[in-house]
Design a binder for this molecule. Structure first.
Ligand SMILES: Cc1cc2nc3c(=O)[nH]c(=O)nc-3n(C[C@H](O)[C@H](O)[C@H](O)COP(=O)(O)OP(=O)(O)OC[C@H]3O[C@@H](n4cnc5c(N)ncnc54)[C@H](O)[C@@H]3O)c2cc1C
Length: 544
């Protein structure tokens, strides 16, 4: 059945749910689509560390945390490729618009005592400023937001639905004038049919792209769908070469390499855990690379890991938490402690094997401070968006508050518009002569090629030669997949493969065009930062 709505929100993580609640509260009719089940899919539930924020204080005492310090840490992590105005805008709003809002929604952040929050300090932060609920913040926040979404009379929830594409006036209705987004096509996985959704505005909040690579901390939903949909709609993306790797995910030789890995929060290193090369070492080996050692930012730590692992032919390194107080480990990091116990490792007594994995996309679809893209009535929020906050690498725990802030701002912007203009009908989906896709092995072969190519040729250490080789392979594959799209009926795996290959090619093109090394983009052939590249990398679909 086709759908008419005010707001079609695609994605049910922090960004999608906060957007849905804000729009619904403003009286808008909201239809929320997500690939799997509310609460259980998406990265938000996995948010381990927490949310960074500093309340405004007109006269902070000497040594106390301040907005200025949070701004400085964010810029330093981003190697000054951030948009300074956006950094200030976000940091000033994180406390009132995110932390306080979450508290009003019922989130109970950990306290030291009545009225005083317990704050973690994470890698790259000069102060303790991360609000958390033990080390399972995402699960608590998602439970609370999801409960409200389910009970809100203005929100209709559509689980097991994958958005295929956003629909634009020019391409789909062949109408002239300024282009705009008029809705979306969404595939109902259970009913195996595509629904036409006509909407006042579409809000993309589809999260990250970790599945483009073989090893990732991201959930199965992170196939880069929102990036690819926006690209196909002609909306520009920025800084897609800046893929952040997380330095400490659990290493398990027996696990399927493509499985999502358990992630040891940054806060552990902030609180005294350190990385070492061999099990019995006592040295923080990252100190050889940076004065902050294991407390340095993620890109510094992962590059140090990559150099040592390749130099010594190691499959993994070790995270040592034994210098931390036992009660702290068991109470503040209960999730990590219990996970390790199940694996037969007592974190209080012995180190745990860890490796790096793809974790976060710093780049994304370009939006303004209302989450609006260049295409009228198309908003993008959360990890899929590029707001200018992160620069070349994100400061830990800045992304969860960014998702919630922009989810709310986008909904507010749409809801407060005086006139919404003419609404157009999205034409029904036409299957035409498309055949059943009888050959799932081909699709899984596409997945394999994309992920292996990206991991081996466009991973941590990049060169012109490797990137060009990756481009040759994946551009050819993209042509094949495009033909299949028109000839066969859609399936979930196929739609995701189509998005993966699109996003992979965007990342490669961006990486090729930045001939310098900066933060998490490391070019062996251009090992230094070059001020010629003190600008964002732009990728846009060529006009056909
Ligand atoms: C293990 C882990 C730990 C993290 N820890 C922290 C932390 O401590 N602090 C911090 O700030 N950040 C952390 N992050 C990053 C942060 O969690 C994410 O950036 C953030 O949760 C992204 O939220 P989102 O709403 O953009 O997307 P997600 O939460 O990933 O949600 C995406 C939603 O979109 C849906 N979706 C995707 N494609 C489609 C489609 N085509 N059609 C319909 N629905 C679709 C999914 O089903 C899902 O509901 C962590 C990330 C991971 C993976």
């Amino acid at each position: 059945m086709n759908i008419q709505t005010d707001c079609a929100i695609i994605g049910g993580g922090f960004a999608g749910l906060s957007c849905a609640l804000e729009a619904a509260e403003a009286g808008k009719k909201v239809d929320l689509f997500l690939k799997g089940q509310l609460v259980f899919d998406g990265a938000s539930r996995l948010t381990a560390g927490g949310l960074a924020a500093v309340p405004f204080r007109a006269h902070p005492p000497k040594g106390a945390d301040s907005l200025e310090k949070h701004i400085r840490d964010t810029l330093e992590a981003g190697q000054y490729l951030n948009d300074r105005e956006v950094v200030r805008f976000c940091v000033e709003r994180f406390y009132p618009e995110v932390i306080q809002w979450l508290v009003w929604q019922g989130v109970k952040f950990d306290l030291v005592r009545e009225g005083v929050f317990h704050l973690h300090r994470e890698g790259g932060h000069s102060n303790s400023r991360v609000y958390h609920v033990e080390d399972a913040t995402g699960a608590h926040v998602m439970d609370i937001l999801a409960r409200q979404v389910k009970n809100h009379p203005n929100i209709r929830l559509h689980e097991n639905h994958i958005a295929v594409d956003v629909v634009t006036k020019k391409k789909f209705l062949r109408l002239g004038g300024k282009d705009e987004c008029i809705g979306a096509y969404v595939y109902d996985i259970i009913k195996d049919s595509v629904r036409a959704v006509s909407a006042g505005a579409v809000f993309i909040a589809t999260g990250g792209l970790g599945k483009v690579f073989l090893y990732t901390s991201n959930p199965d939903t992170a196939s880069g769908d929102g990036f690819a949909m926006a690209y196909r709609a002609g909306v520009p993306l920025a800084n897609m070469e800046f893929i952040q790797f997380h330095p400490t995910v659990f290493f398990d030789e027996k696990a399927d390499p493509s499985e999502r890995r358990f992630l040891f929060t940054e806060a552990l290193r902030g609180e005294g855990a350190y990385l070492k090369i061999r099990k019995n070492d006592r040295e923080d080996f990252v100190l050889r690379y940076h004065k902050l050692g294991s407390k340095a930012t993620r890109d510094v730590v992962t590059q140090a890991e990559d150099v040592e692992m390749r130099r010594l032919g190691l499959k993994h390194l070790w995270l040592d938490c034994t210098r931390m107080a036992t009660h702290k480990l068991k109470n503040d990091f209960k999730n990590a402690y219990e996970f390790c116990l199940k694996k037969g490792i007592d974190l209080c007594r012995e180190p745990v094997p860890v490796v790096y994995a793809v974790h976060y996309s710093n780049g994304g679809v370009i939006t303004d401070l209302n989450g609006q893209t260049q295409l009228k009535n198309l908003y993008v929020m959360g990890e899929t968006a590029y707001t200018g906050l992160h620069g070349a690498t994100r400061l830990a725990s800045n992304s969860a508050p960014e998702c919630i802030l922009f989810g709310r701002l986008a909904a507010r912007h749409f809801s407060h518009q005086k006139a919404h203009g003419k609404r157009y009908q999205v034409p029904p989906w036409v299957t035409g002569r498309a055949k059943e896709f009888k050959d799932p092995a081909t699709v899984s072969y596409y997945w394999d090629i994309i992920r292996k190519t990206m991991t081996l040729l466009c991973g941590i250490a990049r060169t012109q030669g490797r990137l060009q080789a990756a481009k040759d392979v994946l551009e050819a594959l993209q042509k094949n997949i495009k033909n299949d799209y028109w000839n066969y009926k859609v399936t979930r795996d196929f739609l995701e493969a189509r998005n993966l290959v699109t996003v992979a090619n965007i990342i490669i093109d961006s990486a090729l065009s930045r001939k310098e090394s900066r933060a998490c983009h490391f070019r062996e052939d251009f090992p230094r930062a070059d001020k010629k590249y003190n600008r964002i990398t732009l990728v846009e679909k060529p006009h056909s």
